[in-house]
Design a protein around this ligand. Structure first.
Ligand code: NAP
Length: 430
């Protein structure tokens, strides 16, 4: 058997501790797969004295994570600290600069700083691997960069954030409010103490920018992703969507359009019988459409110690086997194009609209007239039961129309004197 692959592991939280556990549990079996043992030479975290429920005996603890990059007994650095800058970025830059391969689960870092890190890794001919950064344990990075590499990809569509999917599942199946579904997600440890990036779509936008880079050959551009989060979604939106035959999801979509590359993250109604509707709780799923392969769907646990450690160790196995470093985003960095962002206004599709109006005669007719004047055709329309002389909600869905046309019609509706609050518009994805 060849000499062991020695790793320096920074971050001993949920994922880092999971990696330590997996390497310990499966040591001999992993060595059989890659022909050598994978050993942890040194670790780093903020608090050296914390009991993490893992056995670190015989492993050096390094005070400052960046110190791992300079150690002669470290072949590969595993970065599981998190964040687009700070200690994580300093460590990854130092390791790549020192000619050491890096494995990370850090989507913020790869999406935001990939444009600096990829050329550095490629110049030093080392690996920069990040399977764990998107879809937890689902091997979607490998699917796009290897298994589907022969295709021209048309669309990548996915549920990429487990926390928001858990919240939407609880709202849909348990009839709970957004606030109590979020509290439940936090109590179960699915949501961070500060769940902002999960709820406002930032986390999904980071992941989508990475998938779009691999699929479409562009530099990751998280700031080009149109982003809307879950804020303002009500239980009525969820129950009405269900009554209309749909399920509400926080969807991430990257697609080639005649206008350029459209990247968007927003709540969307998907048909109740579609594969994405069946993705419950903290699961993730990604649908990829390629010209030769057709449609592929991959689904599984998108977060948590076990699934994420599984993805980190898969990357380590490739490095241990001596697989040569591949271009970080599927093509060598100078071959990546700057994404030409398409306007969301060019999107075509159906819409769900919720309006809150005063209880007056002919308001339903006025809504239908305003949409009709804009040549938006209503598919289904419903006014849930209400108490007379109190505000009324109207929910409807439309047939396919241009986003720009729909937005103009909604703007006109928003000026109607009977309207009590801003209309809520949600896209329907076929
Ligand atoms: N959790 C998941 O399910 C999941 C899924 C996919 C990807 N990821 C990604 O994996 C990475 C790690 O996530 P996590 O959930 O394991 O995070 P976590 O539980 O918060 O753990 C972070 C770890 O980093 C350590 N750390 C923080 N600042 C440090 C510094 N300056 N120097 C050295 N160590 C430092 C912390 O040390 P202390 O323990 O001493 O505080 C902690 O051990 C992130 O990039 C995350 O986005 C996570």
């Amino acid at each position: 058997m060849s000499a062991p692959l020695r790793i320096g592991l920074a971050g001993l939280g949920t994922v880092g501790a999971g990696v330590v556990r997996l390497l310990k549990d499966r040591g001999p079996a992993l060595a059989e797969r890659c022909g050598r043992r994978i050993e942890i030479a040194a670790v780093s975290a903020r608090d050296p004295s914390r009991d993490r429920g893992i056995d670190l005996s015989g492993i050096d603890f390094v005070e400052t994570a960046v110190g791992l990059a300079a150690r002669e007994d470290v072949d590969v650095v595993v970065e599981l600290i998190g964040g687009a800058g700070g200690a994580a970025r300093a460590l990854v830059e130092a390791a790549l600069g020192a000619g050491k391969s890096v494995v990370t689960g850090n989507k913020a870092l790869i999406a935001e700083a990939g444009g600096t890190l990829a050329p550095l890794a490629e110049a030093h001919r080392v690996h920069l691997r990040y399977e764990a950064a998107v879809g937890g344990g689902i091997p979607v990075i490998k699917a796009l960069s290897e298994g589907l590499a022969a295709n021209r990809i048309r669309t990548v569509r996915g549920i990429l954030n487990g926390t928001s999917n858990y919240i939407l599942t609880r709202m849909e199946e348990g009839g709970t409010s957004f606030a109590s579904a979020l509290a439940d997600a936090q109590a179960k440890g699915y949501a961070e103490a500060d769940p902002t990036f999960d709820i406002d779509g930032t986390d999904a936008a980071h992941k989508l920018a990475i998938l779009a880079s691999l699929a479409f050959g562009v530099v990751p551009a998280p700031h080009a992703v149109h982003k809307e989060g879950l804020a303002g979604l009500t239980d009525l939106d969820i129950s009405a969507a269900r009554a209309f035959g749909y399920s509400m999801k926080l969807l991430a979509v990257a697609e080639e359009t005649p206008d350029g590359l459209l990247q968007r993250v927003h709540p969307a109604l998907v048909p109740a019988d579609s594969p994405l509707a069946a993705v419950r709780e903290t699961e993730n799923a990604i649908t990829i459409e390629g010209d030769y392969v057709g449609r592929s769907v991959i689904q599984g646990l998108g977060a948590g110690a076990g699934p994420t450690a599984s993805a980190v160790v898969a990357d380590l196995l490739d490095i241990a086997r001596g697989v040569p470093p591949a271009p970080v985003f599927g093509r060598f960095f100078p071959r990546l194009a700057e994404a030409r962002p398409a306007r969301l206004a060019a999107r075509q599709g159906g819409y769900f609209l919720r309006l809150k109006v005063q209880d007056r005669p002919r308001v339903m007719a006025a809504v239908a007239d305003t949409l009709g004047d804009a040549e938006v055709s209503i598919d289904q329309m419903h006014q849930p039961h209400h108490v007379p002389n109190t505000p009324v909600s109207i929910v409807l869905t439309t047939y396919d129309t241009d986003e720009a046309v729909m937005a103009a019609a909604v703007e006109r509706l928003a000026r109607h004197p009977a309207l009590i609050e801003a209309p809520r518009l949600i896209r329907i994805e076929a």
